[in-house]
Ligand binder design. Structure first.
Ligand code: NIG
Ligand code: FE
Length: 414
């Protein structure tokens, strides 16, 4: 049996006997053990505790890792990405610098439609290879679980192609991966004047195949002015729910148009983005106990938008998670360390709140809370070893510095 014993850990963070979704004030509580050990057997966390309680005589033959001076925390759980995409879009980045807005770029055929045109030309193999590189890159940056959306296909073949690539990533990667069907990302040009026909295509042509081939875990809709209305969002999400796909929805990125109400009515697993929230939206989110409010600060940063009101959400009692939104248009970075730093620096989240939101609450937003997101006996050994740092708060403080020494995924060094 493969056994690894990690000793002399300066601080082991995120230790929990049992995990639950953290709301409001609970987010500030990050349980730690100073001068700790961590035992891993067959890729799972088998034991942990203070060094003073370690009884090595009882242990089986093992690999020893000395973590003197290092902090260990659960690997990041990135619950919202679009990391399967055909090409980068830095020309639009220049357009943005020159003053065009995200909506203006979309209106002139850029944005999601630009990616959809390129995706139609790309083979499954090409898409897989570029996504595989991105997975490797985010693993090195400490991500151990990731949700990936379709949504650059926008045709039956295109959406299935993307979802098959995600399935192949699931099969080949050691990361825990969840797939979300986002056929309702935008209306393709051919359906610009006939929205109902595209909704019918999603419901009658895409969803039945996706369900039959078990290609998705969740359904997503971009609920936004100029994209899908709350009513359309509800229709599409309910169609997915009939096949067992829970909704994880893009809402309130640019406008507050009723996405929160629609999402809560659908009992969405998570409502994501949330740059633009009214007081009423925040109240509604806080009243709901189960739906995770997933904030994507690097998307706000990249689009030069106001950051999500994390303080208000947490102080109202919401369950907040953090994710990268890794995609070529609004967040061309899958770096969760940067997301955590930005959340502390710009959204006034405490380091403990940000770490919890990026680990255990992120795991909840992918229904992986029984397997990941904390240092708990029986959970998968997905962990980050930091370099020698003075404290955990140093991680977001020294933003942009690579402070990860190594990453372990399922008990193996990545
Ligand atoms: O989450 N807002 C909708 N979708 C993505 C952006 C997609 C793109 O621009 O390619 C997002 O920001
Ligand atoms: Fe997104």
């Amino acid at each position: 049996m493969a056994v690894t014993l990690i000793t002399n850990i300066r601080q082991l963070a995120g230790v929990r006997n049992e995990s639950r979704l953290l709301h409001g004030k609970e987010l500030a509580q990050l349980p730690v053990i100073d001068n700790a050990y961590l035992l891993i057997e067959e890729g799972l966390i088998a034991d942990y505790g203070p060094m003073t309680e370690l009884q090595t005589s009882k242990l089986k033959p093992r690999v020893n890792i000395d973590a003197t001076g290092q902090f260990i925390l659960p690997a990041w759980c990135d619950s919202h990405t679009h990391l399967v995409y055909p090409a980068s879009r830095e020309a639009e980045f220049i357009d943005k610098i020159n003053g065009l807005s995200y909506a203006e770029i979309a209106a002139k055929g850029g944005g999601i439609l630009n990616s959809a045109n390129k995706l139609a030309q790309a083979s499954e193999g090409e898409l897989f290879n570029s996504a595989w590189k991105r997975l490797k890159e985010i693993t090195k940056m400490g991500t151990g679980a990731v949700e990936i959306k379709s949504g650059y296909g926008l045709t039956v073949e295109g959406e299935l192609k993307m979802l098959r690539v995600i399935r192949k990533l699931k099969e080949k990667s050691d990361l825990s991966i969840k797939a979300t069907f986002l056929g309702a990302h935008t209306y393709p040009v051919a359906y610009r004047d006939n929205h109902q026909a595209y909704i019918d295509l999603i419901i009658n042509e895409m969803l039945p195949v996706i369900a039959k081939e078990k290609l998705a875990d969740y359904i997503d809709v971009f609920c936004e002015t100029g994209f899908f209305s709350p009513e359309e969002t509800e229709t599409i999400a309910r169609a997915g729910m009939r096949y067992g796909l829970k909704p994880k929805l893009h809402v309130n990125q640019l406008n507050s148009i009723g996405g929160i109400e629609a999402g809560l009515k659908l009992n969405a697993l998570s409502l994501d983005h949330l740059e633009t929230l009214t007081e009423k939206d925040i109240k509604l989110l806080a009243m709901d106990g189960d739906t995770v409010a997933t904030l994507l600060p690097t998307a706000a940063f990249f689009l030069r938008m106001p950051f999500q009101p994390a303080r208000k959400l947490i102080d109202s009692g919401c369950a907040v998670a953090l994710a990268t939104d890794f995609n070529p248009g609004s967040s061309p970075s899958g770096n969760m360390n940067l997301v955590v730093a930005m959340s502390c620096i710009q959204m006034r989240m405490l380091p403990e709140e940000a770490i919890n939101a990026a680990t255990i609450n992120g795991a909840y937003a992918m229904e992986l809370q029984d397997k990941l997101g904390s240092i708990t006996i029986g959970k998968k050994a997905n962990i980050i070893f930091t370099k020698t740092i003075p404290s955990l708060a140093y991680l977001p403080y020294a933003f942009g510095t690579d402070l990860i020494d190594k990453v372990m995924i399922g008990g193996k060094m990545a």
